[in-house]
Design a protein around this ligand. Sequence first.
Ligand code: B3K
Ligand code: ZN
Length: 856
Amino acid sequence: MRTDTGQTVYLKDYQPTPYRAPHVSLMFALHPTRTVVRATTVFEPVTGGPLKLVGDGLNLVGVEIDGKKAPASAYEATPDSFVLKTIPKGAFSLTLVTVVSPDDNTELMGLYRSNGVYCTQCEAEGYRRITYAYDRPDVLSVYDVYIVADAEGDTLLLSNGNLVKREVSGGRMTAQWHDPFPKPTYLFALVAGDLGAVSDTFTTKSGRKVALNIYVEKGKEPRATYAMDALKRSMTWDEVRFGREYDLDIFNIVAVSDFNMGAMENKGLNVFNDRYVLADPAVATDQDYSGIETVIAHEYFHNWTGNRITCRDWFQLCLKEGLTVFRDQEFTSDERSRGVKRIADVRRLRAAQFPEDASPLRHCVRPSKYDEISNLYTATVYDKGAELIRMIHTMIGEAAFRVGMDLYFFKYDGTAATIEEFIDCFPIADKAAFLTWYQEPGTPRVTVTEEFAAGTYTLTMTQTPAEGAGLKPIPVRLALLSGTEFVDPSTATITGGQVGPGHIILTDKVTISVPNQATAPVASVMRGFSAPVIIERTPDTARDLFLIAHDDDPFNIWDAAQRIALAAMRARYEGTEADEAGLAEALSALATNPDQEPAFRALTLILPTRQALIEAIGSDVDPVRIEAAHQGLSAAIGSHMKDVLERLFESPLPAPDDVSAEAAGHRALRNAALTLLTAAGDSGRAVDQAANGTTMTDRLAALGALAFANAPEADEALKSFAAAYDGEPLVLDKYFALEAMRPDDGAEARVRGLMSHPKFSLKTPNRVRSLIGAFAQNVGAFHKADGSGYRLVAEVATALDKSNPQVAARLLTSFSDVRRFDSQQREQAADVLGGVLQSATSSDVVDIARRLTAKQ
Ligand code: B3K
Ligand code: ZN
């Protein structure tokens, strides 16, 4: 395990390596506890000099230079480093033989076994747990991989690229793979084991026939057909929208049950957390289906944005991640609904990235330093990174964006690139100014003020940068509604901003004035959420109700409704009055509008989250009042809207096997209605649906409704659900999560109890996330004033610090919200985190705990 060395890596220190490594040949003799890895790398001097490679806990048993055993004096090796002291002239090959134990690998980085299946995870720095290497993304090699294993049944032996040959003889089985595309170590992968397959083919637009396989646990093959369908749609979409074709003869996806994150884009051999592959309507929700579609697409799209063009160093992580998230968002928008997808993405950005950007863990989209790279796979790099790409798209339009992307692919194919090289491909007016979005953390604010005098309407937008940051170019999409008509933009005078097609760039201040108006127009600002900023506008319910009724921007309609709802929730928190009946009326109109799609209508019925209320209150938050305000408003809206909700709930149910976005929208709308009805104390329908619902979507929505309403029937319903799905780990995860998030007094004790559930294990990241990760989202229980919630999460993180530091570190990030709470909570948390820091040994946990406890 990587222990903390206290070393910080800086972007400014980037230096190319003194050697290239154009070719790597790997031989694996697989064994559960003694796998022998023979790695031969060809090194070619660039500047030459000492050759220093890194390892992570390696056991070196052999060294050869140009095929001859090297004398011990020729090198110096420790488990974590290899230095060649005697350097041959010119190019040479270095063979290193290491022995690793997949069964003892609990970190799930490098080579490990999951359910008896050998698999690898190398991004970001897992390859060094297999053999010594530069192990950095700017060193690209062509790989030949030989895998040897005891022949048993139809054992699969997979690696990157194309299969060269496969043989079985004398009880041994070998496979040879060649990947012609030079790639960095982090994209290397190997999988071996006994798995079932779903196979298909895809013919690319230039006629290449590609074999597609998705490998899953035997017997679960039928559950992989949706993932296969999503893969083929992703391949077609990338050809149509970005002109990108697949480039190997084979594309394999393997689902494993122990995986630290969602999935991994290894060249030609994606490895997936099985929750992003396996689905059928009896065990997976509509949300699971769309999650699968997104992750399959995301990893596939990495083939061009990440693999063909990779990152020069890990500081450039957003070059592949932000861009690939943007691409998967666009795919979903084109395949499903653009408006609904935009709302979903902004909800996520506001729920995860905005808080991160204001927390002690804040960092730039392209950071300038890090202590542990694994901790930089964050909402900021991924989701804000995608927003920055979206702003480029907004500023230059789809056609110019496509030209820029084509140029990027043309210029940088086969290389390891930087953000500057990417930005240079696009015709943006002030590139240096735009780059500051990458180089400074924090969320800018845009204040909107309006005046109306003598028939002239004036709207002013002013930017306030985040603390310590400068002004940024903010693309603002805007429309003015006069009555039910949109004001002709040519009648407006715009000062202070640069006007581009469909948007205005705001830097410090923009003023827009429109003369000759009988009444004041209503502004629809930041349409489609055209920039990742916080919009500050005087609260005005009448204005928001008007926008809800007359705007045509789905995001702004939804946002206006959320603003009113959040104000009402806040009023409950603060013990003041709000017009809840008026809110219910507006929501009723939205939820029953036949011109809007059901998925959108469903979103309008989901009240702002507890997290949104915490952010709105901002400081000295009382978790008990947060919960009371959320439940209270839900109950009140549920009663006010009773008739409408009952009608919505009675609307026809789509066929259980119809998993289309449209069917999902219908189910979502019915279930949003059910949730509010249950919140209002009417739990009969939810009890029935939890037991008898025909899809997992419906059963789980009903269970959630009971759990979050603290209904007396919740206990019983959850117990019988757990009993019914005892053999389905991914369904049990949903059960664990609900038990952990129930807003009652018993959450902490319940979670401690469930940690001894026979199906719970700290070794499987999905289980830890579903029970402990979900508990950390339970506002009342995690932030309980007595510190019991903090202690539970800290105990688990401390235990995992030894076995799986990445999962441990991720759990700890929940503490970044503590600063919003009372001094009692802050003191408890500081105490608990101090303890974590004291006993932590992994670089992952030390890094997070240190940042969380640093004096701000
Ligand atoms: N690139 C991987 C994430 C790897 C995380 C390493 N700690 C999955 C993805 O973003 O597609
Ligand atoms: Zn990615």
